[in-house]
Design a protein around this ligand. Structure first.
Ligand SMILES: [Zn+2]
Length: 230
């Protein structure tokens, strides 16, 4: 089993689709669309009633639909979009999705002020402990501020998997906390919170997922961030 996706293999300047099942059989029907340029990772869960986690930047290089159709997700198959935090490289692609279909869009309450007025009735505000059902398994909202006020991580306990947005990445990296909406103390507290969950798999907002022993990556991130405030 390979533990990392090699992000620099042949790349034609187009978003690439990666079937995560090939890395961990738990992730059947979970796909990663690797964005091109300044674009977040885009994850798809399921096919008939799909959930999209972070639709990406939504620019000409990241039009989303060609990749969704290649996966087998047509407009009528999209039930939900979840935005881990309201930065444009993760969130703006939702407007490309909304041009062709009408899913609910889930954002943490503390990040909706940046985007709520553009989403109208599609918006569903969520907070700590809320459960979002998907075609495959439920995801619990863990509020993880630090990168933004309303950053969230989505967790499934049964399979010990997490979608971590820009809070924590592979190899003990964590999100930046500079700017009006972030803060190092919040980031450290959020990373500590994530160490308290059993986690095998993390699927972050940028870079490769971790397919095994992800707890260790979170622990290292927490230790490194803690040194910034001690
Ligand atoms: Zn971000």
């Amino acid at each position: 089993m390979e533990l990392f996706i090699h992000l620099h293999t042949t790349h034609q300047g187009m978003p690439r689709i990666i079937k995560l099942e090939e890395y961990n059989s738990t992730l059947k029907d979970v796909n990663l669309i690797l964005g091109e340029g300044l674009c977040s990772n885009i994850y798809t869960i399921g096919k008939k009633h799909a959930t999209i986690i972070d639709p990406g930047v939504g620019n000409w290089a990241n039009p989303v639909w060609p990749q969704l159709e290649e996966i087998g997700i047509e407009p009528e198959n999209i039930d939900k979009v979840i935005i881990t935090h309201a930065h444009h490289d993760h969130a703006s692609g939702v407007f490309i999705i909304l041009q062709r279909t009408n899913p609910k869009v889930y954002i943490h309450n503390d990040d909706t002020k940046y985007i709520a007025s553009d989403l109208g009735e599609n918006l569903v505000k969520v907070e700590e402990g809320d459960i979002i059902e998907t075609e495959l398994w439920p995801l619990t909202v863990i509020h993880t501020p630090g990168h933004t006020e309303g950053g969230m991580t989505l967790y499934n306990q049964e399979y010990s998997l997490m979608f971590t947005g820009d809070t924590v990445f592979a190899e003990g990296l964590y999100g930046n906390y500079i700017g009006e909406s972030g803060g190092i103390h919040q980031m450290v507290a959020s990373l500590k919170k994530l160490t308290e969950y059993k986690t095998d798999i993390i699927m972050p907002g940028h870079g490769s997922p971790v397919f095994k022993d992800a707890d260790q990556h979170i622990t290292i991130a927490h230790q490194k961030a803690s040194r910034k405030i001690n």
